[in-house]
Design a protein around this ligand. Structure first.
Ligand code: 4GW
Ligand code: MN
Length: 381
């Protein structure tokens, strides 16, 4: 039988036979054999190019993590449920006080949100149990900071105090985004902890320096963080660690209560109130006022968060409006409709200008006072 491109009865399995026979299809009136072969080769080439492009393009978050799970070695002879593939997670013998139903460890502060996300306070967790769990998972943590322009002066204290208090005993990558790599000195870090300098372009306006953090974190998450760490912690650099910050903060997506607003009424939160901005939140909505200088989660969740905020910032820019507290306003909008799975109490972000209230048992990460004139004024930059 002579098959050709114009035959409507051709079955898919007969394609190769069709290619061969089409070479001899001198009698075909509608199709020339060589043309048919060339068009077949062309289609194959397009298919191969598309295939390689698809395989090598940057990760697509919405489904890639599921794909990666499926790539685990599996027995293909029978259809095994993914539950059978999970390895045993068990903690060795440990001695600690039994949890008491009628003796909550804290009764002076809210410990859980209405959507059942824990709020992390001193006394609310046992770090030994958590460390054992996270060590079993061999968790890797990335901490991102921006040290643009004169803010490179904060790096030394930031890293030195982090080495004392941040994720002690766990794998840590410090990701320092900067436009002045030469200003950042070398640090000798123990095994499992490393400093990664990421050179990025600078922006003239300080508001833009702050807001573009969302875009840069998003892009690096997409390019490399997903290969190198499991969780990201994204913080301001003008800070020092003064007490332990460990794996108790880690969860799918977490935010931190701003030290200036932990007891404020909704209406007094400094959310964006102009409807023209994408960050707009009406006065009868809102859970907490979250700080722009401390959020995090899995790389995938941080990608989603930063992508959302960056796009919203760009929409506002297009509409000639800038949210009142820049990236912080957009972060608050995101958390209103994508509730955090864990919330850090102000222990994790404090400013000594607010004093030391009774409920605050620890100050783990505190603002370094800055000489605004020296560090920020236009001429100094
Ligand atoms: C005004 O002139 C400036 S400059 C306001 C922020 C500036 C700035 C901020 C900067 O020149 N370089 C820089 O790296 N940043 C980053 O943005 C840095 O990581 C800093 O912690 C973060 C937020 O700015 P901030 O700490 O000054 O904001 P606040 O005072 O609200 O914590
Ligand atoms: Mn700051």
């Amino acid at each position: 039988m002579l098959l050709n491109k114009c035959s409507s009865t051709r079955e898919p399995m007969e394609t190769s036979a069709w290619v061969l026979t089409s070479l001899d299809s001198r009698t075909d009136k509608n199709c020339n054999g060589k043309k048919c072969l060339l068009s077949m080769l062309f289609i194959n080439a397009v298919f191969i190019i598309v295939f390689f492009w698809y395989e090598n393009k940057p990760i697509r978050w919405h489904y890639e993590s599921r794909l990666r799970c499926r790539q685990e070695p599996r027995n293909t002879t029978e259809d095994i449920s993914p539950l059978n593939l999970s390895t045993e997670v068990a903690i060795g013998r440990m001695l600690y006080d039994k949890p008491q139903i009628f003796k909550p460890p804290r009764s002076d502060v809210l410990m859980v949100t209405p959507w059942l996300a824990p709020i992390i306070w001193n006394g609310s967790y046992n770090i030994d149990i958590l460390n054992a769990q996270f060590h079993q998972r061999n968790v890797r943590v990335g901490i991102t900071v921006f040290a643009m322009k004169k803010y490179t002066v904060f790096i030394k204290t930031f890293i030195e105090t982090a080495e004392q208090f941040f994720m002690v005993g766990h794998k840590v990558n410090y990701y320092v985004f900067t436009d002045r790599a030469d200003d950042i000195s070398n640090f000798t870090l123990p095994e499992g902890r490393q400093l990664v300098i990421l050179e990025v372009p600078s922006y003239k306006q300080w508001q833009e320096v702050s807001m573009r953090r969302m875009e840069m974190i998003r892009d690096k998450a997409n390019q490399r963080f997903y290969k190198e760490v499991d969780y990201l912690v994204c913080v301001d650099v003008d800070m020092r660690f003064s007490d332990f910050v460990g794996v108790e903060i880690l969860s799918d997506v977490f935010g931190t209560i701003h030290p200036g607003f932990y007891n404020a009424q909704r209406g007094s939160f400094t959310y964006e109130r102009r409807q023209k901005s994408t960050a707009y939140i009406p006065t009868d909505e809102g859970d907490f006022y979250y700080a722009g200088g401390y959020f995090g989660g899995t790389v995938e969740e941080v990608y989603k968060l930063t992508n959302f905020c960056h796009k919203a910032i760009m929409t506002d820019k297009h509409n000639s409006i800038e949210a009142i507290w820049h990236d912080e306003s957009h972060l608050n909008k995101y958390f209103l409709y994508h509730k955090p799975t864990r919330i850090l109490s102000p222990e994790y972000l404090w400013d000594n200008n607010f004093g030391v209230p009774q409920f605050l048992k620890r100050r783990r990460f505190v603002a370094v006072p800055k000489n605004h004139n020296e560090i920020r004024n236009k001429r100094a930059l």
